[in-house]
Design a protein around this ligand. Sequence first.
Ligand SMILES: [Zn+2]
Ligand SMILES: [Zn+2]
Length: 402
Amino acid sequence: MKLEYIALAIPFFVFFMLLEYYISQKRNKKIHQFNESIANINVGIVERITDLLTTGSFFFAFTWLHQNWAIFTIESNWLTWILLFLATDLVWYWYHRFGHEINLFWAAHIVHHQSDDFNYTAAARITVIQAFARGLFWSILPIIGFPAEMITVLLLIHGTYPFFTHTQLVGKLGWLEYIIVTPSHHRVHHSSNPEYLDKNYGDMLIIWDKIFGTFAEEKAEPKYGLTKSLGSHSFLWQNFHYFLELMVAVRLAPTFKQKIKVILGSPNNHDPRIRTLLERKLSQKVTHIQYSKQLIRAIKVKTLTTIGVLFITILFSHYISKPNLWLLTAFIIFSVIITGAMLEQKRWIFHLEFVRFSILCFIFNETITTLYTTTLIVIVYTMVLLFYNSINSKYQKVIFAN
Ligand SMILES: [Zn+2]
Ligand SMILES: [Zn+2]
């Protein structure tokens, strides 16, 4: 049986998230908010499923670059592995730094910094757009001459290590603080305290920050999240608000040169009033929502189900037909959009639930195609359409009743 073992990363990371939650409860440390944790996990879920569809293309691109453009011939031995490790970490430092210093890259990286919480669930906040930006920077490595197979191993290490730096439960680590990126260093990076801004970009080694002058030691208690908190848990808004803000800023810039300056300029010069304007227009600012027990239960069940579907889809991806793989991806993306909107108590989610139901019907039909099953699906689908309004009002009552 050919299983996709990368799926095991899901229970692995979920285990540590639960363990951290358990330990923090025992120590009476309040480091998790329900809505923040769900929003964080939602971003991670979509990154995992889109990764499944795109990782192959990175490997293909790295192989192509290596075969056609490699400057040196690099064989795999202990010295080249060390060199590659140093090279990837240095490339990561600059990819991450540009992610903070250039608006276009910040639009993708901002998602990683939106959580006002700092725990293992925040580590899951990586988007596929960010993965593409990372791929772009890493393209330098096959051009230098490192084979794609070696780079892929390093990508796995760089995908795992930073997860463990997102915690408040681990204090300073003695002499290790001088060499590797520790939770203490990364707490500084995720803080909006003025003295901590744009500091500690390193992924595994802290030496780059010391060399390039961006190091800060954790002294004062960090205040996590963006300087201007997003105040939204909507998956769509979190992923695309800064791109929209940039579009508005580009439109407002009078000359072509200034438009380019907006895209490649520093986020520090971005006008914060644009977000307020968009929030008002798209009614995005949501404050002080009281969650009913039913709503919390529904969100928990939905999130666990989505994680389960994600795990099974990745694990058995070699046995799933291409149309079903796309349908399952759509199902997972709609699921997280729904739970994100549930956190904001958006009433329109029922229509998305209907889309999700339609996707399920297609998956069912694609998996078992007989005259009986197709007829059954058509009957059930017609019934749902006929009673659409009454199902909707029942749904609203169950989910949003206090
Ligand atoms: Zn960052
Ligand atoms: Zn981080």
